[in-house]
Design a protein around this ligand. Structure first.
Ligand code: NI
Length: 388
C-alpha cells in the first residue's frame, strides 16, 4: 500500500486539530477571510508547495507537482457564518457574532492535512491543486474563483470536495452518481394595488388580498405542475405590507425561495413562478413585478467521479458504510459551480460520533475532530486512484 494511504500519525493528527481550533477561534465571513487565508497560505508554503493567493478575493490555491500523473483539484471552503457561538469550548469563537457553524474550519484542516500528507509521501506522483475557497455560504466564492481563472491557471482533470454531515454516523460516507444538493433561487413579487381607507375598500384595490391568493397559488405549482417523482420545494418566507390598522396599503411584497434537484425542473419553476406572479394580479385589476434571481445551481456529481469516491470509501470503510445513490439534500452548495465547469464529485462525511452532532448552522455546533483522519484518507485515496 502506498505510504500516502497510511493513517495520519498521532503528531500529524494533533497538528491538524490545532489548525482547526485556531481557525475556529478566528472565524471570518465570506470575502473577509484575510487572517484565515494568510494562515492557510503560510502552512501550505511550509509544506513546500507553490502557493497562489487572492484568487476570488481571499481564495488560496496550492499546487503539489511531483513526477507524471494527471492533475486533480481538491476543494475546501473557508468562510464562517454570522452566528453568535453559544458553545464553551476552549477554541470557541473570539469574534462576536461570527462562528464556524458549518464546519468549514474542519474542511480546511482536512485539506491542509491532506496537502501535508501528500507532500511528505515520496511514493506519490502526479499533480494536486488544493483549493481553499472563500464565501461558500452566500457569496458564490467558487464562481468568483472560476471567474478569476481557476481552471485556466490550474487545469485539472477532476475536482472533489466534501462536507461533514450531521445525521450520518461517523465512519460513513454518502455519495450520489447525480444530484447531491439542490439549486437555490430567490423570488420577489411586488404587487401594486391602490391604497385606501380600511373603511372604504371599494375606493382602492387591496394588494393584501391579492398577496394571499398569490401564496396559495404559488403552493400549487409544486403539487400540481411538477411530477411527484421530481423534487422541488417552494417556500414563501416573507410577506410585507401595510403600516396601520386603518389603511389598505398600496403595495404588498412576497419573497421566497425555490429549490430543485434537476436543471430542467429548475428552469420550469422559474417560468411558472414568473408567469403566475405577473398574471394572477391582473385578475384582480392589480399589477405585479417579479424579480427572479438565480442562485446556486444543482450540485450534480459526475457519475464516474462519484463511483471513484464510492470505490475508495468502500475499500477504506467496507460496503455497508457507504451510502450510494441515496437522498440528496434540498439545501444548496456553491461547489455546484465547480461541477458545472469540471467533472468531479462532492460527498458527505458522517459527523455523528458517540454523541450526535448539532445541526449545521446551530449556535452550539462544533466540527467533530475525529473526522479529520478519515477525511484525509478519503481525499488521498481519491487522488491516488489517478496514479499512473
Ligand atoms: Ni457548509
Amino acid at each position: 500500500m502506498p505510504s500516502y494511504l497510511d493513517p495520519l500519525s498521532l503528531e500529524q493528527a494533533a497538528l491538524a486539530r490545532q489548525w482547526r481550533h485556531d481557525l475556529h477561534a478566528h472565524p471570518e465571513l465570506g470575502y473577509q477571510e484575510h487572517r484565515t487565508s494568510a494562515a492557510i497560505a503560510a502552512l501550505l508554503e511550509g509544506f513546500g508547495l507553490s502557493v497562489t493567493r487572492g484568487l476570488g478575493g481571499t481564495g488560496v490555491v496550492a499546487t503539489l507537482t511531483r513526477g507524471a500523473g494527471p492533475a486533480i483539484g481538491l476543494r475546501a471552503d473557508i468562510d464562517a457564518l454570522p452566528v453568535q457561538e453559544t458553545g464553551n469550548a476552549a477554541h470557541a469563537s473570539t469574534h462576536p457574532g461570527c462562528m464556524h457553524a458549518c464546519g468549514h474550519d474542519g474542511h480546511s484542516a482536512i485539506l491542509l492535512a491532506t496537502a501535508q500528507h501528500l507532500s511528505q509521501a515520496s511514493d506519490f506522483s502526479g499533480q494536486v491543486h488544493f483549493i481553499f475557497q472563500p464565501a461558500e455560504e452566500t457569496g458564490a466564492g467558487a464562481r468568483r474563483m472560476i471567474e478569476d481563472g481557476l481552471f485556466e491557471r490550474f487545469p485539472m482533470q477532476a475536482v472533489y470536495g466534501l462536507h461533514n454531515w450531521p445525521g450520518l454516523p461517523q465512519g460513513q460516507v454518502a455519495v450520489n452518481p447525480g444530484a447531491m444538493m439542490a439549486s437555490q433561487d430567490t423570488f420577489e413579487i411586488v404587487i401594486e394595488g391602490s391604497g385606501a381607507h380600511a373603511a372604504m375598500p371599494e375606493r382602492g384595490n387591496d394588494p393584501v388580498v391579492v398577496a394571499t391568493q398569490m401564496v396559495s397559488s404559488l403552493h400549487t405549482l409544486v403539487s400540481r405542475r411538477v411530477s411527484p417523482l421530481d423534487a422541488a420545494v417552494l417556500s414563501v418566507t416573507m410577506i410585507e405590507a401595510g403600516t396601520a390598522y386603518n389603511i389598505i396599503p398600496h403595495t404588498a411584497t412576497l419573497r421566497g425561495t425555490v429549490r430543485c434537484l434537476a436543471p430542467a425542473v429548475r428552469e420550469r419553476m422559474r417560468e411558472m413562478v414568473t408567469t403566475l406572479g405577473e398574471t394572477l394580479p391582473q385578475a384582480f385589476a392589480a399589477r405585479a413585478t417579479v424579480h427572479y434571481r438565480e442562485g446556486y445551481p444543482v450540485t450534480l456529481n459526475d457519475p464516474a467521479c462519484a463511483a471513484r469516491v464510492r470505490e475508495v470509501a468502500t475499500a477504506l470503510l467496507s460496503e455497508h458504510n457507504v451510502q450510494w445513490a441515496g437522498n440528496a439534500s434540498m439545501a444548496s452548495e456553491d461547489f455546484a459551480y465547480l461541477l458545472q465547469a469540471c467533472p468531479g464529485a462532492y460527498f458527505w462525511l458522517g459527523a455523528d460520533g458517540a454523541e450526535a452532532s448539532r445541526p449545521l448552522h446551530h449556535p452550539a455546533y462544533d466540527f467533530n475532530d475525529e473526522l479529520i483522519g478519515l477525511g484525509v484518507r478519503l481525499l488521498c485515496g481519491v487522488v491516488g486512484s489517478y496514479q499512473l
